[in-house]
Design a protein around this ligand. Structure first.
Ligand SMILES: Nc1ncnc2c1ncn2[C@@H]1O[C@H](COP(=O)(O)OP(=O)(O)OP(=O)(O)O)[C@@H](O)[C@H]1O
Length: 249
């Protein structure tokens, strides 16, 4: 059996020794180790270009690491499997919605095409997920008629409907104002509490401290700090974006 037992029972996602370089350039990620447990929301922070999005893309199977492994509940799975099985869902800063389809169809379509869910079931699942993110009643509208926060919540609902076992969020609130950011992150926090582990890239230290269980800091493709939000002092340099936190490499 293609199985590698390599983590504790509570560990849902484990990244082991992951390294990656784009073909055109020098290495971007170096020997990354991290884990996300049951009901955990882990924030990934770091200055621009430190490798945060690349890390999520490698974990999601959208980029193939040069070394290392990604394990889901202790089982090592290839990038192809991660993409195929919807094991790891990813929501992007750009909402990537279908503008010519209704809000409801934006959820129904991937369910039908990717998971071959019957239409009536897909519609029911879509409406349940719209309600979950506070968008019931808007199913017949076009995404372009929604606010930025509503569009982002639709993108989250669409991914959740695919029932991922882990959710990766790449700067999903960067286009939103502070109030909408807090609204969206409150939904994210509730979902984590219901048992969906998440890894969330963000530049917002205030929100990371408020909503995340742990904060992982990347600098030049290496994890330089892994801490709980209480240890604010170790994170101060990240907000200044001028030097790595003062911790051992
Ligand atoms: N498609 C690509 N081809 C070559 N190099 C890339 C590509 N995408 C990103 N890079 C480089 O990889 C490094 C990490 O980029 P990445 O987007 O992962 O950083 P980031 O921490 O997410 O940045 P930001 O906070 O600005 O989104 C950067 O030096 C970037 O220039």
């Amino acid at each position: 059996m293609d199985e590698t037992r390599d983590g504790s029972a509570a560990e849902v996602l484990a990244v082991r020794g992951l390294s990656f370089a784009y073909q055109s350039g020098s290495p971007v990620l170096h020997d990354i180790h991290l884990s996300v447990g049951e009901r955990e929301l882990v924030a990934v922070m770091g200055r621009s270009g430190s490798g945060k999005s690349t890390l999520l893309r490698c974990i999601a199977g959208l980029a193939e690491p040069d070394a290392g492994a990604v394990l889901v509940r202790g089982r090592r799975i290839s990038g192809k499997e991660r993409r195929r099985d919807n094991a790891i869902g990813m929501v992007f800063q750009q909402f990537n919605l279908f503008p010519h389809r209704t809000v409801r169809d934006n959820i129904v379509m991937p369910l039908r095409v990717v998971d071959r869910v019957p239409l009536a079931t897909a519609v029911q699942v879509a409406d349940e997920h719209l309600e979950m993110v506070g968008l019931s009643g808007l199913g017949d509208r076009r995404p372009t008629t929604l606010s930025g926060g509503q569009q982002q919540r639709l993108a989250i609902a669409r991914m959740l409907a695919m029932r991922p076992r882990i959710l990766l969020l790449d700067e999903i609130t960067s286009a939103l104002d502070a109030t909408l950011t807090a609204d969206v992150l409150a939904i994210i926090r509730r979902l984590a509490d219901t048992g969906l582990p998440m890894l969330m890239v963000t530049h917002e230290l205030t929100f990371a401290k408020r909503f995340a269980d742990r904060i992982v800091v990347l600098h030049d493709g290496r994890i330089v700090t892994e801490t709980s939000p209480e240890y604010e002092q170790t994170l101060t340099p990240v907000t200044e974006m001028d030097q790595p936190p003062n911790v051992q490499r």
